[in-house]
Design a protein around this ligand. Structure first.
Ligand code: NOJ
Length: 531
């Protein structure tokens, strides 16, 4: 198993730095805070941390608007704080993955200031500038992901610039070789410092249609959906030329040992797998968000896993994501009981698992009072149910007033609805979600079949989802009840007489099972059987 690359056998833990640990009592998390909490992460048993952006930024989109790619925002600390964090993480055996945001900069980035100053500026073509449409108005019908036109008229030079997200996030022109070279140097800057890889923000957006054709109307859109869905993003993203750029990024990583390139991609399966690139020259891990999107039903998830496994290119390594800072908390979406089943699913599927901070203690979507809304998307398109603040609230470390996160007023409210839902209390309780995650992470590290073994689907019915994981002589069967009612799985002949390794409800360890495995409502079981 040790022969497998770390990012294949390992588990990635996403940290949203504003909300993980505040070390200087300003109500906002920081790098020194993450460093303080490294012992927790090694105790938990994850292998890598991915830290959402901490670069200098006006924070219009909370760091996804970068004003300097090679620095640290004072709010989060300094470059030397970063170096200290990286050194300690490595010392503790943890890899560190950064968030690279290449599609757009902040409008305060010096490149943009120069670009917008003059049509003749050498940086003019670093961004996407267009004249108004012939009859006036924006150059085409493209919509911003946060609502409204994706074009902003700039009085200074009388042209529009394109922004796939906020107007404070102008898109870079990746067709310009100078942009490409500058951004490859950004990767090298961090690789030289020793980072272990990158999660690349909206990687499928980098190249737009050369002719800037109008996007077609989406007949499936309804008024209660975000405005971005009104059009099909046929020309504004996922263009064939993007793969050359990803291969270029990948080649930069190949100049160093064992670094990982992860791409953020929300696309249907057949488009997603193209991001492994020709001859696997693309992202090592095109993020697979299907667990965030597929309805929580056993048959749907079963079909989805099989299709994903079948669609992977030869040699392409799978991966699974259960939560992130843009999507509802898993415990909010499927309920606390099913969140335990989801933990078993995430950590027993074949492929690298990414988990989102706080999901391991069962953090919920947190109601945000209107006067405390921070998310710019919610501000632009209020009330649609997409306030991302709800999934970005401070980590609950203990039951104290600031939850062990801060002694100041936290930037977002702390969830006080279940006071015992915190790391300190859950560490003491063997039946907690946290101890379940720790046990699963331990099994994943010690059981080659889970970490790197083959996946084989097992026929099941109703609410039950089942599959085997096998490596050498180690053979495991995973059975998950995605319903609240008891259910049963008729075991395949080879698994009969197997022994239970773990039930997410506890108390069944070492139980041996005959022909039928019975499952309580919301139970998931890991069973070992011999060859
Ligand atoms: C994807 C990020 O995950 C999200 O949080 C951000 O708002 C957009 N990209 C824009 O950078």
């Amino acid at each position: 198993m040790q022969d497998m690359l770390w990012w294949k056998r390992g588990t990635v833990y996403q940290i949203y730095p504003r909300s993980f640990q505040d070390s200087n009592d300003d109500g906002i998390g920081d790098l020194a805070g993450i460093r303080e909490r490294l012992p927790y992460l090694t105790w938990l048993g994850v292998d890598a941390i991915w830290i959402s952006p901490f670069y200098p930024s006006p924070m219009a989109d909370f760091g996804y608007d970068v004003a300097d790619y090679c620095g640290v925002d004072p709010m989060f600390g300094s470059l030397s704080d970063f170096d200290a964090l990286l050194a300690d993480a490595h010392e503790a055996g943890l890899k560190v993955i950064l968030d690279f945001v290449p599609n757009h900069t902040s409008d305060r980035h010096p490149w943009f200031a120069e670009s917008r100053s003059d049509r003749a500026s050498p940086k003019r073509d670093w961004y996407i500038w267009k004249d108004p449409a012939p009859g006036g108005g924006p150059p085409n019908n493209w919509i911003s992901n946060f609502g409204g036109s994706a074009w902003q008229f700039d009085e200074i030079t009388g042209q529009y610039y394109y922004h796939a997200f906020l107007k404070e996030q102008p898109d870079l022109n990746w067709r310009n070789p100078d942009v490409r070279a500058a951004m490859m140097d950004v990767l090298r800057f961090w690789l030289e410092r020793g980072v272990d890889g990158f999660r690349v923000d909206v990687i499928w957006h980098l190249i737009k249609d050369a002719g800037f054709r109008d996007n077609p109307v989406n007949p499936g859109w309804s008024e209660n959906d975000p405005e971005i869905g009104r059009l099909v993003q046929a020309y504004s993203a996922d263009q064939p030329e993007v793969h050359e750029i990803i291969a270029e990024m990948r080649a930069v990583l190949e100049e160093y040992d064992e670094r990982v390139l992860i791409g953020e991609i929300y696309l249907p399966l057949e488009r997603l797998v193209a991001y492994y690139g020709e001859d696997l020259s693309g992202a090592h891990l095109p993020f697979n968000f299907q667990l965030l999107e597929t309805a929580w039903h056993a048959r749907q998830i079963d079909g989805m896993i099989r299709e994903y496994e079948a669609a992977l290119p030869q040699g392409g390594w799978p991966n699974w994501v259960l939560g992130n800072h843009d999507r509802q908390r898993i415990a909010g979406r499927v309920g606390t009981e099913q969140a335990r089943v989801a933990a078993m699913l995430l950590l027993t599927l074949r492929g690298t698992a990414t988990l989102y901070y706080g999901d391991e203690i069962g953090m919920q979507n947190v109601p945000i009072p209107p006067d405390r809304v921070q998310d710019p998307w919610e501000k632009n398109e209020p009330g649609l149910g997409f306030n991302r603040d709800a999934y970005r609230t401070p980590m609950q470390w203990d039951a104290s007033e600031g939850a062990g996160f801060t002694t100041a007023e936290p930037w977002l409210p702390i969830d006080m609805r279940e006071p015992e839902r915190n790391v300190a209390d859950e560490r003491q309780d063997e039946g907690s979600m946290l101890c379940l995650y720790r046990r699963l992470l331990d099994l994943r590290r010690t059981r080659p079949a889970l970490a790197v073994g083959a996946y084989r689907p097992v026929e099941a019915e109703g609410d039950v989802l089942a599959y085997c994981r096998e490596e050498g002589t180690e053979r495991l069967l995973v059975a998950l009840n995605l319903g609240a009612e008891p259910a049963a799985l008729s075991l395949p002949p080879e698994a009969r007489g197997g022994r239970i390794v773990l039930s997410v409800l506890g108390n069944r360890e070492a139980e041996s099972v005959g022909e039928v495995l019975s499952l309580q409502g919301n139970e998931a079981v890991l069973l070992e059987f011999s060859a």
